[in-house]
Design a protein around this ligand. Structure first.
Ligand SMILES: Nc1ncnc2c1ncn2[C@@H]1O[C@H](COP(=O)(O)OP(=O)(O)OP(=O)(O)O)[C@@H](O)[C@H]1O
Length: 266
């Protein structure tokens, strides 16, 4: 009999606890993120999706628990080792978080100068490649963030997240605020980049279309834990009030129907 190796967990979270004063957002939360997958993280508002993302990328020290990334215990690493490890992450925040006083090219070049030690001219050349990878036209580089559309800001922020050739991409509600066509194009870009660059993607979202079209697995945060993590059809069949309302309410049904229609046309 041929034994199948268990998928490798590139992120392994055990007994995670996050409290703000007396309010605990996570208690005994366990989650594995597999290498190469697009994992969608969903849950009601305030269930701690962003806090979870921030705990993994090093913006928040959890109250307790373990987070292993690439086999390393994040909480046990020295500051220097941890910074080196965090450079293998690309993070796209909800509002893009670009520097408004820098052009798009300068924004993308900044991590290349600061962390990779590139000369400004080399960094700006490489930044152009990253902008193209994120689907931006060449002339977008000279613009300031304030003059870009919402979709272009997301792409510019994605280009910056890709600047240091990350292995794991963290996205916090990447399609929020985009129109449906822009959101679908962004989803498709994420999947293309995952396939082309071999990325692992940790994606916090409320967008059902994103879940149906690009996620390999979905994790539902509820009751301070990951209530279920599995393929979408398994998750959607889970007996839980929030899950049933979310996946089988009018918006969930519409997203599912849209994907069925697309598959039938293919
Ligand atoms: N720095 C903080 N200080 C105090 N409470 C915080 C802090 N950050 C987050 N919280 C609380 O933690 C809870 C979870 O917040 P989080 O932003 O992770 O939720 P979320 O699931 O991402 O919500 P949404 O879907 O609305 O974005 C909220 O109740 C929030 O008020």
């Amino acid at each position: 009999m041929v034994s199948q190796a268990a998928p490798e967990a590139i992120i392994r979270i055990r007994k995670l606890r996050n409290c703000f004063g007396k309010q605990c957002v996570h208690e005994d939360l366990d989650l594995d993120v597999r290498r190469g997958e697009i994992l969608g993280v969903v849950g009601g508002s305030g269930t701690g999706k962003s806090v979870l993302l921030r705990s993994i990328v090093g913006l928040r020290r959890p109250t307790a628990g373990q987070i292993h990334v690439f086999g390393e215990d994040l909480m046990a690493l020295s500051g220097e080792r941890r910074s080196a490890l965090e450079r293998r992450f690309g993070v796209l925040f909800q509002r893009g978080a670009l520097f408004s006083s820098l052009t798009v090219t300068e924004n993308v070049a900044l991590p290349l100068i600061e962390y990779a030690g590139l000369q400004r001219s080399d960094a700006e050349q490489l930044a152009q490649v990253k902008l193209a990878l994120a689907g931006l036209p060449a002339n977008a580089g000279n613009k300031y963030p304030a003059s870009l559309s919402g979709g272009m800001v997301k792409r510019a922020a994605l280009a910056r997240a890709l600047a240091l050739d990350p292995e794991i991409l963290f996205l916090d509600e990447p399609t929020a605020g985009l129109d449906p066509i822009g959101a679908a194009a962004f989803d498709s870009l994420i999947r293309t980049l995952r396939d082309a660059l071999g990325l692992t993607v940790f994606l916090v979202t409320h967008d059902l279309d994103t879940l149906y079209t690009i996620c390999d697995r979905v994790a539902v945060l509820s009751q301070k834990k990951v209530l279920v993590v599995d393929a979408l059809d398994v998750v959607a069949a889970t007996d839980d009030v929030w899950i049933q309302e979310y996946f089988h309410g009018p918006r969930g049904r519409a997203a599912q129907q849209a994907v069925t229609n697309i598959r039938e046309r293919q």
